[in-house]
Design a protein around this ligand. Structure first.
Ligand SMILES: Cc1cc2nc3c(=O)[nH]c(=O)nc-3n(C[C@H](O)[C@H](O)[C@H](O)COP(=O)(O)OP(=O)(O)OC[C@H]3O[C@@H](n4cnc5c(N)ncnc54)[C@H](O)[C@@H]3O)c2cc1C
Length: 414
């Protein structure tokens, strides 16, 4: 890698960088994808559990599945798409959450989203917390669900940005793992792993991309690292790009962590059924029993709760889950569960969170972050997507768009 000279460098080998790299290779552009980690996929990461099941520590759901470009890619790769109903679209377990209460909660969160949609049409942006009905018994649980969606508490998130997200309501899974499909899509793209980019010098005629394996000269670069890393200036731009730093700071990454737990006598439960241990607070986990019919519990923690648990390390998540689950199923339940795996995305130096949300007033930062500089520096990644942010397909689309921009410039049409 040191001393290499290419037409285009792609920084970051997640969904966006891989999609960009594939498009460039297809167009015959001499490029290299430079990834800081020892693996591809970024926040898409499938591992195999001791029983041989593929589990997704990052993205797991093909959201807006019927339009999601990763669907055909997965099918072409011979993967199995599971189309069964997601837990949030099924009734939750009734044991501690009777059906009448679930219906009441659904009506309350429906009113919350309707108010949010109305408020988003107004001139002024505001925090999503302003949409809560004062004194509503379900505000805590609405906050919990919001933290799973956005990774942040309601008072941190922009109503306008949240409303721009487009969700077709169709959600599928890849049995062999979403992360597997995304990483495999890099086939044919020249890749340098374990190669962190520290500095991008765009002062000269050609770009100089300084990495831990030496410098690369290029005409153009596509930067796809998470917005939290741009905001923290982990890559130094010379000359500096204060507009990009400010835009990225408006798009922090929320916290969400997924703990996989092995469950004995799992057949007692229906597949893909969700349990809320507490329905009166935001700081509670969502427990998906028998995901894909497997003998697991997929526990999801969001926002401030996930951030706090991360300070206690992996064990803190399992301890919290045991306390919550035994409060629902009794103390003997603790003997039926064992931790499998979790990844702490907020503590991960190359992610610093799970997915982006916009601070109140910062919804338009996504366009600012995505805008190319001098037709030489291009930006992609889920945070650059106006309608599909926070997702792997949003990452894909921004990657392809940036690559198309590069190709157009190279063909002299810009
Ligand atoms: C727990 C969790 C659950 C999720 N669930 C879903 C879901 O169900 N569905 C969905 O669609 N999305 C989900 N997501 C979000 C989805 O995973 C991300 O939006 C998507 O993978 C982001 O892709 P990206 O290419 O924009 O960024 P990334 O995947 O973060 O890729 C950026 C890459 O840049 C690399 N990098 C960072 N710094 C440097 C540097 N200095 N030099 C070189 N390389 C660098 C990183 O290592 C990384 O590989 C989830 C995420 C998490 C964490």
């Amino acid at each position: 890698m040191p001393g290499r000279d290419v037409e285009v460098v792609v920084v970051g080998g997640g969904a966006a960088g891989i999609a960009a790299g594939r498009r460039l290779v297809q167009a015959g552009v001499d490029c290299v994808l430079v990834e800081a980690r020892a693996r591809l996929g970024g926040r898409a990461w499938t591992v195999t559990d001791p029983s041989g099941y593929a589990i997704d520590l990052g993205c797991g759901w093909l959201h807006s599945a019927e339009h999601n470009p990763w669907g055909p890619i997965a099918r072409n790769a011979g993967a199995t798409i599971d189309k069964s109903t997601p837990p949030w679209a099924r009734p939750s377990l009734e044991r501690n959450f009777p059906r009448a209460q679930q219906d009441e909660f659904q009506r309350a969160i429906g009113r919350f989203f309707a108010r949010l949609e109305g408020a988003a049409q107004g001139e002024e942006d505001m925090p999503a917390s302003a949409m809560l009905e004062p004194g509503c018994r379900w505000n805590g649980l609405i906050g919990a669900v919001f933290s799973y969606i956005s990774g942040a508490e309601l008072d941190r998130a922009s109503v306008k940005d949240f409303d721009r997200y487009e969700d077709s309501g169709v959600n599928w899974r890849v049995v062999e793992g979403y992360g597997t499909i995304i990483a495999a899509h890099a086939a044919g793209v020249p890749v340098a792993l374990d190669c962190r980019v520290d500095r991008i010098d765009h002062s000269g005629k050609r770009l100089r991309i300084e990495t831990t394996q030496g410098a690369i000269a290029a005409d153009q670069v596509i930067v796809t690292v998470p917005s939290a890393l741009i905001a923290a200036e982990t890559i130094a731009f010379a000359p500096a790009l204060p507009e990009k730093i400010a835009a990225a700071a408006g798009l922090p990454l929320g916290f969400d962590d997924k703990l996989f737990i092995a469950l004995d006598q799992a057949e007692e439960f229906d597949r893909d059924v969700r349990v809320f241990a507490h329905t009166d607070r935001t700081g509670t986990g969502a427990y998906q029993f028998r995901p894909l019919g497997r003998p697991h519990i997929e526990a999801y923690f969001g926002g401030a709760l996930a951030a706090e648990l991360e300070t206690g390390g992996e064990a803190a998540f399992f301890d919290f889950a045991v306390a919550e689950l035994t409060s629902v199923f009794g103390s003997a339940f603790a003997r039926r569960i064992r931790p499998i795996q979790i990844h702490l995305w907020g503590s991960d130096p190359y992610a610093r969170g799970a997915y982006s949300y916009a601070l109140p007033g910062a919804a338009d930062c996504r366009q600012t972050l995505a805008a190319p500089v001098d037709n030489r520096l291009f930006f992609a990644g889920e945070a650059c997507s106006i309608h599909d942010f926070s997702t792997a397909h949003g990452g894909y689309h921004t990657g392809v768009l940036a690559a198309e921009g590069v190709i157009a410039v190279r063909r002299g049409s810009k």
